[in-house]
Design a protein around this ligand. Structure first.
Ligand code: CTP
Length: 189
């Protein structure tokens, strides 16, 4: 059976709820700590017929100290399709990038899974996994903030899917929140 592709937000949420239930079922089959580290937490959906009509969007990031710049990026990414996957940098991968997040991977993952626009969180463990992610999850479009515009690591995905860069939200970043908490103040915009 081919499922209809939902574009409007109201119905999209119902669609997302169904997907989330699928995720919950998958997670229940794994030990709690495996759910956080398993490199392919939910391969089942990629082969599952009911997902075939969905336009899948994939984005990458650390999403530490989740803030409104992140939420706005995720909302606009979700609007480009029907199913949003976030490849979330693991703590080990962040180390490789010279970054240390405030929240650990399992906590960052839990918070992203609580965001209504996000359907699935997978681990980002290497720079090289992108093509394989696109193929494994049958991704139609990879979306990144404009700070990544023309980065060869994303441009290399063009033979496999669309690549879209969205404008960043001005005046907010994890780095800024961190430094504001160390003495300054941060405002909503
Ligand atoms: N992002 C955005 N607008 C912001 C901050 C981030 O659109 N103000 C987007 C980034 O472009 C990226 C995603 O959110 O596509 C995740 O970004 P991430 O690097 O995790 O967040 P930053 O706040 O940019 O973190 P840092 O200060 O550590 O670079």
């Amino acid at each position: 059976m081919r499922m209809p592709v939902y574009k409007s937000h109201g119905v999209g949420i119902a669609r997302r709820r169904i997907d989330r239930n699928m995720q919950d079922m998958t997670h229940q089959t794994q030990p709690a700590d495996a759910a956080a580290t398993d490199p392919v937490p939910n391969v089942r959906f990629a082969a599952d017929e009911e997902y075939h009509g969905l336009r899948r969007v994939l984005t990458y990031g650390t999403y530490d100290l989740l803030h409104y710049g992140h939420i706005r990026l995720l909302r606009r990414a979700a609007e480009l399709g029907d199913y949003l996957i976030v490849a979330l940098s693991t703590d080990e991968f962040n180390k490789l990038k010279g970054k240390t997040s405030f929240y650990s991977y399992p906590v960052r993952r839990e918070m992203l899974e609580g965001v209504r626009y996000v359907d699935l969180v997978i681990p980002e463990e290497t720079w090289e996994q992108k093509i394989s992610d696109v193929q494994k999850y049958q991704v139609d479009v990879v979306v990144m903030g404009s700070d990544w515009k023309d980065d060869p690591r994303f441009e290399a995905l063009r033979p496999y899917c669309d690549v879209v860069y969205l404008d960043r939200t001005d005046g907010i970043s994890t780095t800024e929140v961190r430094s504001a908490l160390n003495g300054g103040s941060v405002h909503g915009r």
